[in-house]
Design a binder for this molecule. Structure first.
Ligand code: ADP
Ligand code: MG
Length: 569
C-alpha cells in the first residue's frame, strides 16, 4: 500500500482507543467533566454494561450555546491555555480529548445550559459528526448520553468482558469518586436499579458507609492529618485507613487521590502496605482511602491519556509522608505486637525444601517449583506406609521408592478440594441451613458480581437472596464452611472475580471453600489412625502432588538419593 495520510475518522477512532478502553472509561471521563464544572450532584445511569447506554447528569456550570459544538473538537478545552498551565493543573481534565473520543466510538447526545442562558442547547452526534442541534430547556447543568458504545469498533466490542464485569468496573469508578468527593452527591443506577447513593454532606465516613458498608466503616481510623515538611515539599496526607481487623484478600480496597485526582500508583500502594508491616497476616491487604495534597508544580499528571498515572517530582518524600502518616495512625490507635509474636501467629512465607529434598510436585499448576529439576513421578501416588509425624506438621511415610514427607495441611486441602468438586458435579454438596438468616452487605462492585452469580454459588451450597439496598440474606452455606468466617470467604470471592470463564470461576469457588473448610492445620497433632486415613485419601486424589493453590503437598527423597547422600553408590 502506498503511504497516505489516514482519513480523519479513522484517526479519531484510533485516538479514541487510548482514552476509551471500556464503558467504565466513559463514565470516568464524564464524571470528571461534571466535577470540573463544579457540580454538587452527579447522577450516572447505565444500561447493558454501559454498552447500550451511559448517561451522566450534573448540575454544574453548563456549556454556553456558542461553545457546545467546539467541545467535541479534538484538543478543545476550556481548562488550559498554554504549556505553562500544564505545570499547575487543578482541574481533572485538560487534554480536550474525552468528548471527541467518546463521540468517535458511540452516538452522543448532550443537553446543557448555563446560569446566564434562558434556554439550553441540545446537540446530537453520530460518528463524531453533528447530526442535530436545537434549543432545549433544562435547569443549569449538563447531561451527556452515550449510546451503542463501540458498535462500529468490533475489535473493542469483542474485547469487552461480560455485562457483570463491565458493571463492576463502572460501580468501581463511581465508588472511587464518591470516596474522593464526599461533598458531592453521587448516584449510580445500573439497569434501573440503585447501586450507589451518597448524601454529599462532606463527611468521608458517610461515603465509606455507602461504598463499603458499615462493617468496614466502623473499623476505619482517621489518618492523623499532619503536615509533613520534608525539604521544600509540603505533602499533606489525609483520609482513612482500616484497622488490621478488616484486611482484605486483594489490593482492590486501596484508593489514592492526589490533589483529588483518582490515581493508580504502585509507589503509594507500597507505602501503605509498608505501614501495615507486621500487622497483617501474609497475603492480606489493608483498606485505605488516602488523599494526598501536593503543590501542583510537584506532580506531572500529563503522562498518560487516561490521566490515571502520575509522576512525582519527589517520589521519596511522598512515599515517606504516606508511610509515616498511615503508620502513625495505626500505632496511635493500637499496640503494635512484637515481631516474634506476629511471626508465630501467622504462617511464615512458603519456604523451600532443603536442597536434598525433591519437591514431589508434578502438576503444571505448581507455582513454587523447587530449585532443582523436579523429579518426574507417576501422577498417582504409590501406596504409602505412615511412619510418624514430624513437628506436628508433616507426615513421614515410606513408599516403594524411598521416603515421603507430606505437608498435612496442604494434603488435606487437596483432598477436600477434590471432594467439593466431586460433590458439586453430582449435585451432592452438603448444605448447612443457618438458624437465622444472616444479612450480608455488599459494595456496589461486589453486588454486580453477586447478582449474576447467584446460581454458581448456589451450586456450592450458598443460598443467597436480595434483601433491600445492597443487602442480601444468606439462608444456608456449604457444610464445609460451617463454623468459619463464611462472610469473609464470600467477600473474598466476590472481590476476586475478574471475568474468568465459567470453569475457572467454579474452580476458584471450590478453592476458596477448601481453603477455609477447616482442613487440619500445621501444628496439629494427629493420631496414627488420622494420619493413615489422610494418606489413604490422598492416594485416591486425582492430583495428589499439589494443593489447590499449586504448592507441593509432599517432598520425596528417593532410595537413589539416599544412597548417594550416604555415599553408598
Ligand atoms: P477536557 O475535560 O480535557 O477539557 P473534554 O473533551 O472532556 O476535555 O471536554 C471539553 C470541554 O467541554 C471542557 O473543557 C469543558 O469546557 C466542556 N465540558 C465538558 N463536559 C462538561 C460538563 N459536564 N459541564 C460543563 N462543561 C463541560
Ligand atoms: Mg474532560
Amino acid at each position: 500500500m502506498p503511504i497516505k495520510v489516514l482519513d480523519k475518522k479513522v484517526v479519531s477512532q484510533i485516538a479514541a482507543g487510548e482514552v476509551v478502553e471500556r464503558p467504565a472509561s466513559v463514565v470516568k471521563e464524564l464524571v470528571e467533566n461534571a466535577l470540573d464544572a463544579g457540580a454538587s450532584q452527579i447522577a450516572v445511569e447505565v444500561k447493558g454494561g454501559g454498552v447500550s447506554s451511559i448517561r451522566v447528569t450534573d448540575n454544574g456550570a453548563g456549556i454556553p450555546a456558542a461553545e457546545v459544538a467546539l467541545a467535541f473538537e479534538r484538543y478543545a478545552t476550556s481548562k488550559i491555555d498554554n504549556l505553562g498551565d500544564l505545570q499547575s493543573i487543578s482541574s481533572l481534565g485538560f487534554r480536550g480529548e474525552a468528548l471527541p473520543s467518546v463521540a468517535a466510538v458511540a452516538q452522543v447526545d448532550i443537553v446543557t445550559c448555563t446560569a446566564d442562558e434562558s434556554v439550553g442547547t441540545y446537540l446530537s452526534l453520530e460518528d463524531g459528526v453533528i447530526v442535530n442541534r436545537k434549543s432545549q430547556a433544562r435547569p443549569r447543568g449538563t447531561t451527556v448520553a452515550v449510546r451503542n458504545l463501540f458498535r462500529k469498533v468490533p475489535a473493542r466490542l469483542k474485547f469487552l468482558k461480560s455485562i457483570a464485569t463491565e458493571n463492576s468496573h463502572i460501580a468501581n469508578v463511581a465508588s472511587q469518586y464518591a470516596l474522593a468527593f464526599p461533598e458531592i452527591g453521587f448516584t449510580l443506577f445500573i439497569d434501573g436499579r440503585k447501586a450507589l447513593r451518597t448524601a454529599g454532606r462532606g463527611r468521608l465516613m458517610d461515603s465509606v458507609i455507602e461504598v463499603y458498608g458499615v462493617e468496614i466503616a466502623q473499623n476505619m481510623l482517621e489518618i492523623e492529618g499532619s503536615d509533613w515538611e520534608s525539604g521544600t515539599a509540603s505533602v499533606q496526607v489525609t483520609g482513612m485507613v482500616g484497622s488490621p481487623a478488616v484486611s482484605r484478600a486483594g489490593r482492590g480496597y486501596l484508593s489514592f487521590f492526589l490533589n483529588r485526582r483518582w490515581v493508580n500508583s504502585r509507589l503509594l500502594a507500597w507505602a501503605v502496605e509498608e505501614a501495615y508491616h507486621g500487622l497483617l497476616p501474609a497475603g492480606k491487604h489493608p483498606v485505605a482511602i488516602v488523599n494526598i495534597a501536593l503543590p501542583l508544580t510537584e506532580v506531572d499528571v500529563n503522562i498518560h491519556p487516561t490521566k490515571s498515572e502520575v509522576k512525582f517530582q519527589k517520589e521519596h518524600q511522598v512515599f515517606v509522608a504516606v508511610q509515616k502518616a498511615v503508620r502513625q495512625t495505626l500505632v496511635a490507635q493500637m499496640p503494635v505486637p512484637k515481631i516474634e509474636e506476629v511471626a508465630t501467629a501467622y504462617a511464615s512465607p512458603p519456604g523451600r525444601g532443603p536442597a536434598l529434598w525433591t519437591s514431589a510436585a508434578v502438576s503444571s499448576r505448581s507455582t513454587i517449583p523447587s530449585p532443582e529439576a523436579p523429579q518426574t513421578l507417576a501422577v498417582s501416588l504409590p501406596v504409602l506406609r505412615v511412619l510418624g509425624q514430624l513437628m506436628s506438621s508433616y507426615i513421614v511415610a515410606e513408599g516403594p521408592d524411598g521416603l515421603y514427607l507430606i505437608d498435612q495441611h496442604a494434603a488435606h486441602e487437596r483432598i477436600i478440594f477434590e471432594q467439593i468438586k466431586q460433590q458439586r458435579s453430582r449435585q451432592e454438596i452438603e448444605v448447612q441451613g443457618l438458624l437465622e438468616p444472616v444479612t450480608f452487605e455488599v459494595s456496589p462492585k461486589q453486588e454486580e458480581v453477586l447478582k449474576s452469580h447467584y446460581e454458581d454459588l448456589a451450586e456450592f451450597g450458598f443460598s443467597i437472596e436480595p434483601f433491600g439496598a445492597r443487602t442480601y440474606l444468606v439462608r444456608a452455606v456449604p457444610r464445609w464452611l460451617n463454623n468459619t468466617d463464611w462472610v469473609g470467604v464470600l467477600r473474598e470471592l466476590l472481590d476476586s472475580y475478574s471475568g474468568e470463564d465459567k470453569s475457572d470461576w467454579m474452580e476458584k469457588i471450590a478453592i476458596a471453600i477448601a481453603c477455609h473448610s477447616g482442613a487440619v492445620r500445621a501444628g496439629q497433632v494427629l493420631t496414627d489412625d488420622e494420619m493413615r486415613e489422610l494418606v489413604r485419601q490422598l492416594e485416591q486424589a486425582d492430583t495428589p502432588h499439589t494443593c489447590p493453590h499449586g504448592r507441593p503437598t509432599m517432598l520425596h527423597l528417593s532410595s537413589g538419593q539416599l544412597r548417594r547422600e550416604f555415599g553408598r553408590s
